[in-house]
Design a protein around this ligand. Structure first.
Ligand code: DGJ
Length: 726
């Protein structure tokens, strides 16, 4: 039993093997939050209760207390709580007050699917337990079903809310957050992952202060700028020690993660779909389901929280054949040729790739319509006969005959104004009548809230996928949304467009991944602009960043690993000088950094020297030996690129019998000397052999004394080690 209800105290206790989450029902049916943290064996609700009157905090007469000074489970606007609400509803009379009271609950094994939305799942009913609480606003008949699922052995608790209008008048949801959690204290640090195109998911950490601090996206995608994840942590929490609370939203569109420190120095976290420019009209009988938030608490530091997310997301969020099967090493032609290719060039690259041991050839942008640069053809998903006169099936056949699989790039959500599709259907893009249509990369966004638009695109894409044995699809998305409006929605539903778009996208991805279960899907949005748990539900890996420079990738991959496992990170070796930032790094360094993700190459192999090609061959052979560690192992961060000149991390087999360690020193320094690197996650009493030598070390020696690193010559140097248990 991971969830209990005590009728005497009217208290719910949701627990995992390490965490307790407790709340009770107060007089009048108010849900009162009590505790979230380290697992409690026993608790008394009076001791956890924290209510105090305060001046200028009016008393709510239904519940007999002020809602402003008490920890609430799902706060509403306007009836004495002055803090940021989780839910805000407009009635037909224009008022925006609601008052939710406990109505009923049920506890059951397993975890229900969320209608139309990605979410974590169970494979067996006994992996998780779910509590569904029904709250009701008596005046309107609006019901809110709060869903809590405890993954007992995975130490994660998920939350979401389903609204149902059981009244006889239409209502409008102005805000419908997935989660709200009140904490007794405010002395936390706030950690989140922010960035920009080519600089995604850099770690930012700062102390909380009074008032609201938030991250959000209004871009129509989860975005490069802010990842839909936040954590609150103790000031002295580090990688291996201390309390941390993670909140990760399983959604790929506009979101808001709000942290408020109130007048009494308490903290409220709310997270969900961004209420900015959002409304959802709920007719009598209609239902609205929020996305889910995955909450992870650890008292063993940031690393333990990350590994908890990694395991859950790798095994119970990602799906499909490639969740558990080894991912192929690929060559992508983008940085090798950009738009300038033909069949001969492609085959020349594929042939060399095969000779070096690469398993999958990916043809990127430019194979369709009349696309020779980024100014045209998105939406025209038929082959460009000038570049590929023999057609796609013939090319795929030739690549397959070399002994390689074939993969293809699409950008299905977009339309170029210069395309046959746009000329036929100028109203199929997101737009607002009589307003300009802002272009990003010369393109507009298709209105995926519309079934007819999705159907037409689906047919074109599935026709291509059926026309040849295509084993991999890169699903790209290269601009954010502007003039968000739909020609298919009435005026009072225009503010639903952005969320309807996401629901449309998800339904298309569900259909496509079900129809083509053997295809490996990789999502991409100008690199990592939509690197979120929502997309991972459909596609088990994401192109981490368009920035392929190994040194920039240290921070990007390290930051990404705060939530997402290495099995989700596409990572490629590219040419030097690097095309994004023009830095020159050794081939070894580029290989060593990329090998901590789902590995590939993205450069013209034919313009490399024979020595370089030999090095590539060796890298590929080596990756084949360690790739299961990277894909399925536990990830430990050892040294942070955000804190100094060195970065280190390691991948450890689940049974701790083998590990792969990567170390990078960015800049050379004078008077260099030996340094020690302490490993983690090994068995103290086992002995480990350093692969390629006859040296034997004990686990405790590797972890507490460390391995010796000699002075390294020059900038951008890496070292790697593989240790195997004796
Ligand atoms: C953006 C992606 O991130 C790149 O890898 C590449 O696929 C280009 N789009 C192609 O236009």
């Amino acid at each position: 039993m991971a969830i209990t209800y005590c009728d005497k105290d009217k208290t719910f206790h949701i627990y995992t093997n390490k965490t307790s989450y407790i709340f009770n029902i107060l007089e009048g049916g108010l849900l009162h939050h009590l505790y979230f943290g380290k697992k409690l064996s026993k608790f008394s609700p009076e001791n956890l209760m924290a209510y105090k009157d305060a001046a200028f905090s009016p008393i709510n007469k239904t519940f007999g207390i002020s809602l402003d000074t008490i920890k609430l489970e799902y706060p509403t606007y306007g009836s004495s709580d002055m803090r940021a609400p989780a839910v805000h509803v407009k009635l037909e009379n224009g008022s925006t007050i609601s008052e939710f009271k406990y109505d009923s609950h049920k506890i059951f094994n397993g975890k229900p699917k969320l209608e139309g939305l990605p979410a974590t799942y169970v494979e067996h009913e006994n992996e998780a337990q779910t509590l569904e609480i029904c709250l009701v606003d008596e005046l309107t008949g609006l019901k809110a079903y709060l869903l809590y699922t405890a993954f007992e052995n995975m130490n994660a608790i998920t939350r979401s809310v389903r609204f149902e209008n059981t009244g006889n008048k239409a209502l409008t949801l102005l805000q419908a957050s997935s989660v709200s959690v009140d904490f007794d204290r405010a002395d936390f640090d706030f950690l989140h992952l922010s960035g920009a195109w080519a600089r995604e998911r850099h770690i930012e950490r700062s102390p909380l202060r009074s008032g609201i601090q938030s991250i959000e996206s209004r871009r129509g995608a989860s975005s490069h700028q802010h990842n839909p994840f936040i954590a609150l942590l103790d000031k002295n929490t580090d990688e291996d020690h201390g309390d941390i609370y993670g909140f990760s939203l399983v959604y790929s569109g506009n979101f808001l993660a709000n942290v408020e420190v109130d007048q009494l120095k308490k903290t409220r976290v709310t997270m969900g779909i961004n209420p900015f420019n959002f409304e959802w009209r709920l007719e009598p009988g209609e239902i609205f389901q929020t996305p889910e938030v995955v909450m992870v608490y650890s008292n063993n530091g940031i690393g333990d929280m990350s590994r908890t997310y990694h395991k859950l997301y790798r095994t119970r969020l990602c799906r499909g054949k490639y969740r558990d099967s080894v991912r192929p090493i690929l060559i992508n032609n983008w940085e090798a040729t950009y738009f300038n290719f033909n069949e001969e060039k492609i085959m020349k690259l594929a042939k060399t790739a095969k000779e070096l041991g690469i398993e999958l050839f990916v043809l990127d942008d430019g194979w369709f319509g009349k696309r020779n640069d980024d100014s045209s053809s998105l939406g025209d998903w038929f082959v460009n006969k000038e570049k590929l006169p023999n057609g796609l099936p013939a090319l795929v056949k030739k690549v397959n005959e070399l002994g390689m699989k074939f993969g293809l790039w699409f950008e299905p959500e977009m339309i170029s104004p210069d395309s046959e599709l746009y000329r036929a259907h100028p109203d199929w893009c997101l737009h607002v009548p009589d307003r300009t249509r802002s272009e990003g990369r010369n393109q507009l966004v298709l209105d995926f809230s519309r079934q007819d638009v999705r159907d037409a695109v689906y047919t074109m894409i599935s026709d291509i996928l059926k026309s040849a044995p295509i084993a991999y699809v890169k699903w790209d998305m290269n601009r954010h949304m502007t003039e968000v409006g739909s020609a298919a929605l009435p005026a009072n539903r225009q503010r639903e467009t952005a969320h309807r778009y996401m629901l449309g996208l998800y339904s298309m991805l569900e259909k496509l991944t079900s129809e083509f279960p053997d295809v490996l899907f990789e999502s991409c949005s100008g690199g990592g602009g939509r690197y979120d748990p929502g997309m991972l539900y459909y596609m088990p890996q994401t192109w981490t960043s368009d920035d392929t420079d190994a040194i920039e990738r240290l921070k990007i991959q390290y930051g990404t690993s705060i939530v997402y496992p290495p099995s989700t990170m596409g990572a490629h070796v590219s040419a030097v000088p690097n095309h994004q930032i023009h830095r020159i790094t050794p081939l070894k360094t580029r290989g060593d950094v990329a090998m901590s993700g789902m590995f590939g190459y993205e450069l013209d192999l034919n313009s490399m020297t024979e020595d370089e090609q030999e090095e590539v061959r060796e890298q590929i052979q080596f990756y084949k030996e360690i790739r299961t560690l990277v894909q399925f192992g536990d990830f430990y961060r050892l040294k942070s690129p955000f804190e100094g000149n060195e970065t280190a991390w390691m991948h450890v087999a689940e049974n701790q019998s083998k590990c792969y360690v990567v170390y990078c020193r960015v800049l050379a320094k004078p008077c260099d000397t030996f340094v020690k690197l302490k490993l983690k996650g090994l068995k103290e009493t086992s002995t480990y052999k350093l692969l390629g030598t006859d040296k034997i070390y004990s686990g405790d020696e590797l972890m507490y004394s460390g391995i010796l690193i000699e002075p390294l010559p020059g900038d951008f140097q890496t070292r790697t080690w593989v240790f195997v248990e004796e």
